[in-house]
Design a protein around this ligand. Structure first.
Ligand SMILES: [Ca+2]
Length: 306
């Protein structure tokens, strides 16, 4: 793990997506953080030791999903599936496929395997899975503030990207994201059209790899507007914010299915300049705690004992 010294930084952004506002001063205490996302090999060791069965391997219960077609209530996970051509970019159902039999061991569904993917980030893990892993490992999940502070790597938290002002300085790819035309033509110019081995791109100033791109990462915070975490006066940095309230994290678009949501950070191999510019520390996304996807993983932290 790498020691993240803590400090004051500008969390959020007023220059990008609305959910990142407002930029404000935040202080986090120091902590240790996994240098990479948890890999398939690491997750396999956890499953071997505990017998843990992931959410994606269990058929959803009808009572938890009122109105859901019975045919869909089978063990499954969401797999990114490129389209044949251009599609409306406001409709993610075009490229996310609810794939029966897809789980962490079979990342693309039946017939796929982890062959050659031992050092890639584990994917298809829902919140209960990452929580169980962290408990087993004697670790915990970072808050959004801890994650975002760490992602800057000690650099100025006012730059456009974690590493500076250019997405690919002098043509050098700094993270595994999406080049080409989303979601149908991935040129894989950075070397990877899905996940990449952890550490394949430059580490940041704290020695952390893949904070940006590769896979989105779960954080411990309930999703809510940033304003919800602003408890102090305008004069002072907010100290160690802990996100929103569970009840406020529900998706207002799905009132019949009250599954709370956590904050994801970092973007993934699917973030493209033409579609989703969330390959920045301040970017955030709300994710239902029961859901798993082929571009979503995690890493853990340890806080010093007080
Ligand atoms: Ca890529």
């Amino acid at each position: 793990m790498a020691w993240i010294p803590g400090g004051v930084f500008t969390m959020g952004s007023d220059r990008h997506y609305p959910e990142e506002r407002p930029a404000r001063s935040v202080r986090v205490d120091g902590f240790w953080m996994d240098r990479t996302p948890v890999t398939n090999d690491q997750f396999a060791a956890f499953v071997a030791a505990t017998g843990h069965v992931t959410v994606a391997e269990i058929a959803p219960r009808a009572e938890d999903y009122p109105g859901a077609p019975k045919a869909l209530l089978r063990a499954a996970s969401m797999v990114f599936t490129p389209t044949r051509g251009p599609v409306p970019l406001n409709d993610a159902s075009q490229w996310w496929r609810w794939t029966f039999g897809a789980d962490w061991r079979r990342p693309l569904g039946p017939g796929s395997s982890l062959k050659g993917l031992g050092d890639h980030p584990v994917i298809h893990v829902a919140w209960p899975d990452v929580e169980a892993y962290a408990t087993w490992a004697g670790k915990t999940l970072p808050t959004e503030a801890e994650w975002e502070f760490a992602a800057w790597g000690g650099g100025p938290a006012t730059a456009e990207f974690a590493w500076g002002e250019q997405l690919a300085p002098s043509g050098r790819h700094m993270a595994n994201i999406f080049q080409g035309d989303f979601p149908f033509r991935n040129t894989g110019e950075d070397g990877f059209d899905r996940t990449s081995p952890v550490g394949a791109f430059p580490a940041n100033g704290y020695g952390l790899s893949d904070m940006i791109g590769n896979v989105w990462e779960w954080t411990a915070d309930w999703y809510g507007p940033h304003e919800a975490g602003l408890k102090s006066s305008a004069c002072c940095a907010v100290e160690n914010p802990r996100g929103g309230q569970e009840a406020d994290s529900l998706d207002p678009a799905m009132p019949d299915i009250p599954i709370p949501r956590k904050v994801l950070k970092g973007g993934s191999f699917l973030c493209a300049p033409s579609y989703c510019r969330r390959y920045r520390p301040a970017a955030r996304h709300a994710q239902s705690i029961d859901s798993s996807m082929s571009h979503l993983g995690f890493r853990c932290i340890v806080r010093p004992k007080t």
